[in-house]
Design a binder for this molecule. Sequence first.
Ligand SMILES: Nc1ncnc2c1ncn2[C@@H]1O[C@H](COP(=O)(O)OP(=O)(O)OP(=O)(O)O)[C@@H](O)[C@H]1O
Length: 615
Amino acid sequence: MALDSDISLTLEHQPLASLVIDAHHRDIASHNSEAARLFGSNLTAASLDTALQSPAVDMAVFLEAVLHFGRYTTATLTFERVDGSPLRLQTFGTIVSDAHVMLSFLDLDAQEWRNQIAEKDAHHRAGLMQWQNIHGFFREMEAQNHLILEAAGEGIYGINAEGKATFVNRAAQEMLGWNAEDLIGRDLHQIIHHHHLNGEHFRAQDCPIYASFRRDKTVRVDDDAFWRKDGKPIMVEYVSTPIYDHDVLAGAVVIFRDVTERKENEKKLHRALEEVEKLRFQLEQENDFLLTEIRNFRSHAGIIGQSASIRNLNTQIDLVADTQTNVLISGASGTGKALTVSAIHEASNRRKRPLVRVNCSDIPTQSLEAEMFGYRRGAFRGAVRDTTGKLALANNGTLHLDEVSDLPKAFQAKLIAVIQDGAFRRIGDAYDTPVSLRIVSTTARDLAIEVRTERFRQDLYFELSVLPIQCDALKDRPDDIPFLAQHFLDRASSRLRVSPTRLSKANIQALLTYTWPGNVRELENVIERAAILAKGGKLRLEFQPGTASKAKHSDDIMSVSDLKRLERDNLIRCLRRSQGRVSGATGAARLLEIAPTTVYSRIKALCVTQTDWSA
Ligand SMILES: Nc1ncnc2c1ncn2[C@@H]1O[C@H](COP(=O)(O)OP(=O)(O)OP(=O)(O)O)[C@@H](O)[C@H]1O
């Protein structure tokens, strides 16, 4: 049967060796040139069986399968070329018409060879690409290394085996003030490393950078100097590393850092630490000294002054505070007796209990007992309720008998009994109440004289004056005046809410030339008055007239009018103290130790009126 021309055309365009056979007789109806090339002859009019090596039945089975499925493939059929060489083929069969089947052959050996070539080719191309990548990588790395060298904060330079500069990075140029062109090819030691900082010549043979070549090891130096182009040194720390080119020493790379500022700061810090150490030592010494001073001189609360007298007072307070014994404090008015009593109480182990003050010259004799012992309701006329006396209030605390010399003699006897029995009886009670008293008495009078003149019981005197303390007159301790005055001024400024003022030299001089008959109290008043009048401005000190400097020294002469003024001032103070009373235990006559009639005549003679003493 003639072959359709379309089939012939399709056959020719087949990329594989192909031929069309009569499906029943297996005669080759047509073939393409590839098939002729594969089998090695013009196959037209030949039978496929000539090339077929497999049993004919295998081919028959294959063709049956093609006819049955329309297309089929196998690699089991074996063929050979015309020249007898074997062919390993994959055979594809397709029905192309009712009677014809097209067979196409894939040369498996040729295919394998092609695959190998392709694989080699791919390998080759991949290798080539890799090589190109590596090449690019190294080029890039070199460029990057260059950039890194340039961008590095450290100065980096290279020298060859003769010590000549081979490269100098930007940081090194900036630190040294030289351009790379100035340095490349030149002996760097002679340019930047020629002298030590102390001016000594730096011999190249001693240079650690060259030594790093010789000893073939990295050398680190952290305290050296490089010299700038402008002749100034910079402090550097550096590392010199020998480098090799194919096992041959090529030179060294030096990486350095400008540490001038750091070294300067280190020096400053060192100096500061030395200074601190010196100060610390000094402070320790001062501290030791102050501690010794404090141990020797511990000032009690509120007691100002640094005179020997005040130091002694503080020591005495220390000594007596924790004892249970009675204390007698003597001193002129305003010398700080009451303050001393408070200090003793505060420093004693009775401080948590009350400090009860009884002004012995203030309480009328008839009510003294009731005041001191207390009374039961109905104990006497007017005793409308139970009343606790001062002794009970002061139990376990401190009883301050102020102006103790004014204590009526009758009561003195009762007080002796209380002290000796450690108990008292409240008026109206049928029993005694135990009491633990610590009596601190104060007196402006000389109690010994009072005893001699029998105004004061000797046994009570002994009981009360177990530990005597003397508060000295302010004029006898002038060292304290500036401290006290400044203290009162500060206190007044703070009360008046004005900014604190410092006493001028003139103020202090004026204070020191005054005799202070009223002692610290007077100083306190003078300063407070001045502070009020100054209202934060200039301080004007006003003393009691007639008492300034003139009377300071005992051999100074006073005029009669001065004396009169003094006498008048004294009388006014006295009346002020006695609140105008002339006679009686608390009267001015008693204070002046003259008869009340004499007081009256002095008041008249010196023209003293109530306005004077009540002002
Ligand atoms: N060393 C001192 N430091 C600070 N203030 C003092 C000192 N001495 C006395 N004063 C102050 O002076 C004033 C008078 O002191 P204080 O009342 O203690 O004296 P006094 O001797 O008891 O007087 P008087 O006998 O008249 O009662 C008080 O305000 C007191 O605080």
